[in-house]
Design a protein around this ligand. Structure first.
Ligand code: PMP
Length: 411
């Protein structure tokens, strides 16, 4: 395959790191454009996880033997790598979960138990993934609180003025996505956090679509919680992260009970462990955490500003190309956008498009993209979504464009 060395001189090397990309699907060169759903893993992550599967296994934190020490050490090393990746103050503020969904559920439950009462309010936005809506709805129902929504305009930009109007003295927390998984919008979270903090409202950031692509500094952002998933940032499935400021985590009750989260158990009373263990009940996915550490190590070895520039080029190129297709509508054209392009083509069902593209070896996402309110905003049932990673090429975007032209002619 030819490569666009002019934009990313390391592309050839990077593609070699991802063995899954070098194969045929349905007899055609595999083109993977579903990175917002899950990203592929470099050989370095696979090797690290294989090494542990082959040579080291012992349940963490609970034994004094060699195997348990090996896995415990690697698990805690990964926590330190995540701390460093997010620039958190201390490793205790990094909680391993199973993914963004669990991280947000943890905060909605535990923060809700500690700080939300009848008549209080929670703010989310219209562009959230269901994982950043439903846990808050469940908590609001349990605690008798209300949910308020920050709307976005047809260009996919949040109406920030509404935030000032929606925050009242009853607002207890604001939850917003860093990058929208449907519209690609990169939200001005620094500004949003500052607005909320001005009124003493803490902020949770859903970073599922941002952590793989941008440098994150939770201290500079001053966010109260930041959640992301390993499998979207070139790591394994089953592992995720919740960053939380100690001042909140210390005051929040545990989410799940059992295992490492206890200090002392008696039938009359159980006391709890310190953070982060208070929130890590049961055997965690330590192999997953070790794999996530390897993914972070891999990312740290890349030229991050170059990757950001290159992914922006991929977005610009794909937007430019797809717009040339008659009857194709792109949803979300915010000036600050990540590598996500959601669209429909007049007269072609998105599922037909997805299935036929798959036959051409091209993987895109189709459906409601776990964002029903975004579908409702635009009055559509489904969308097609192409999403990019730094191993994608301009040639792959060209192939998508040509495939769509062919399919349009077919219908
Ligand atoms: N939030 C956003 C913005 C997402 O894109 C996703 C994954 N599609 C999630 C949350 C949920 O992530 P996970 O399924 O890994 O828990």
């Amino acid at each position: 395959m030819s490569i666009s060395i002019h934009m990313n001189p390391d592309l050839f090397k990077i593609r070699k790191d991802f063995p899954i990309l070098d194969q045929k699907v349905n007899g055609k060169p595999f083109i993977y454009l579903d990175n917002a759903a899950t990203s592929q893993r470099p050989q370095q992550v696979i090797d690290r996880m294989n090494e542990f599967s082959h040579r080291f296994n012992g349940n963490i934190h609970r034994a004094t033997h060699f195997m348990a020490n090996k896995t415990t050490e690697a698990f805690e090393e990964s926590r330190e790598m995540v701390r460093n990746y997010l620039n958190a103050v201390e490793p205790a503020e990094i909680i391993f979960t199973h993914g963004t969904t669990e991280s947000i559920n943890l905060v909605a439950f535990s923060f809700g138990e500690a700080f939300i009462s009848k008549g209080d309010e929670v703010i989310v936005t219209e562009m959230e993934h269901h994982a950043n809506i439903v846990p808050w709805q469940m908590m609001c129902e349990r605690r008798g609180a209300g949910l308020k929504i920050v709307p976005f305009g047809d260009n996919g930009v949040l109406d920030l003025d509404q935030i000032d109007k929606l925050i009242t003295d009853k607002t207890r927390i604001l939850a917003v996505t860093h990058v929208s998984n449907t519209l690609g919008t990169v939200n001005p979270i620094t500004e949003i956090i500052a607005k909320a903090h001005l009124k003493n409202v803490p902020v949770l950031i859903d970073g599922a679509q941002a952590a793989p692509h941008f440098s994150i500094d939770v201290q500079a952002l001053d966010c109260d919680f930041y959640a992301f998933s390993g499998h979207k940032m070139y790591g394994p499935t089953g592992i995720g992260v919740l960053y939380g400021k100690r001042k909140w985590l210390d005051l929040m009750p545990p989410f799940l009970g059992g295992g490492e989260m206890i200090d002392r158990v008696t039938f009359s009373k159980t006391t709890y462990n310190e953070i982060p263990y208070k929130f890590e009940a049961g055997t965690p996915d330590y192999l997953g955490a070790i794999g996530l550490g390897a993914a972070i190590d891999y990312l740290n070895r890349q030229d991050k500003p170059m990757i950001e520039r290159y992914e922006r080029e991929l977005l610009l190129e794909s937007t430019l190309k797809l717009k040339q297709i008659d009857g194709l509508k792109i949803y979300g054209e915010a000036p600050e956008k990540a590598g996500v392009v959601s669209f429909n083509i007049d007269g072609i069902h998105p599922f037909d498009l997805g299935t036929l593209l798959d036959q051409m070896g091209i993987a895109v996402r189709t459906g409601r993209l776990c964002a029903d309110p975004v579908m409702d905003h635009f009055g559509v049932e489904n969308m097609v979504r192409a999403s990019f990673a730094f191993y994608n090429t301009v040639e792959e975007i060209e192939a998508l464009y040509i495939a769509l032209i062919r399919l349009k002619a077919m219908f």
